[in-house]
Design a protein around this ligand. Sequence first.
Ligand code: S3P
Length: 441
Amino acid sequence: MSSAAPRPFAAAPRGPLTGSARVPGDKSISHRAIMFASLAIGTSRIEGLLEGEDVLATAAAMRAMGATIARGDDGVWSVDGVGVGGLLEPEAALDMGNSGTSTRLLMGLVASHPIRATFVGDASLSKRPMGRVIAPLSDMGAEFTATGNGRLPLMVRGIAPAVPIAYTLPVASAQVKSAVLLAGLNTPGITTVIEPVATRDHSERMLAGFGADLTVTDSPAGRVIALRGEAELRPQHIVVPGDPSSAAFWLVAASVVPGSDIVIANVGMNPTRTGLIAALRLMGADIAEQDARSVGGEPVADLRVRHAPLTAITVPPELTPSMIDEYPVLFVAAAFASGTTVARGAHELRVKESDRIAAMAEALTACGVTVAEHDDGLSITGSGGAPIAGGARVASKLDHRIAMSMIVAGLHARETITIDDAAPVATSYPDFFDTLQSFTN
Ligand code: S3P
């Protein structure tokens, strides 16, 4: 898994980005495709699956719990599911590597099956809080033995039948929402999640596609998602759209490197994921949507991005959930804007694959950028479009998005920026370096 040897990477200017490239399959959707197909009875096919380490960890776990999962020579994956209620007890600990999504969603699945499973992960994942899923899943009847204050390694003892709950999310988290809904799949009655702030809705869309009885309504308390349990999921043919969180690096790179003009093809445009595009446009970025279409029930477009001078903004707080994974690279865009960008209200960044507020403050400061750190974000004074100083060795902290963001920063720096370890890029974007090469050769 993410035990690869450290892989330093020297990021230096390569001139404008040009040409066209596709982004790989969406990570969130790929996890869910494997999980839901593993719970259907019959054979599902998945096209465009992200073959990153995180998704492969999900596939390995579902195999360990009874699903048959194989990749065809044509790159299409086939999954034979065990049916809701049919998960087997895994013989060994489930190794989640670096993946919080795998861990939290699978904890939900195990919670309502009469099996026990142990979850382990890498040093980054072992620091991340699991109490946020342990709390509602305990209300449903599952039992947990965790390390320290709700950390991995942890053991889940599931229960069947579990108790349906109505749960209001205390933190805007699609992972927590999904964990409760997935536990609800094998729970009699109606499991309800109320989200005061809307988060990515891939679970809801895809569960409905698999035939689950699920309703989504708006109420004064927020979005109410109600799922009827003991669901029977029907196998599907899924086409995974490209990941907007992977497109993000090229959106910023082309915006800040003078002379750039690229097309990023196959970008998922689900409105719960497009906050970075909105923020960059507010900063003056030149992003045009081409060939808007629907892929696998999700909106998709090709994005033409041309270099444009960026101006600082105060990031509107309502954009936070729809760009939660894109803050590191937004901070890089801010480093090249004119004026001081203020991005606050994003305290959750402290508990991602790394503390992304501290990691980006440290890395950008080392590269000569003026940064003020707040408990819930950063203020960044940009270069007004000029190259930043660079010339530093920065730490990626086992965080793929820190590594890729600082590589983007290096594309417009006076001196090379060395990333101490770019190996974590493989968790979400194994083709990142090939695409970098193709945009800059
Ligand atoms: C994800 C939800 C988000 C996001 C993560 C993927 C998902 O996490 O940061 O990369 O697929 O549900 P939170 O639920 O912690 O916000």
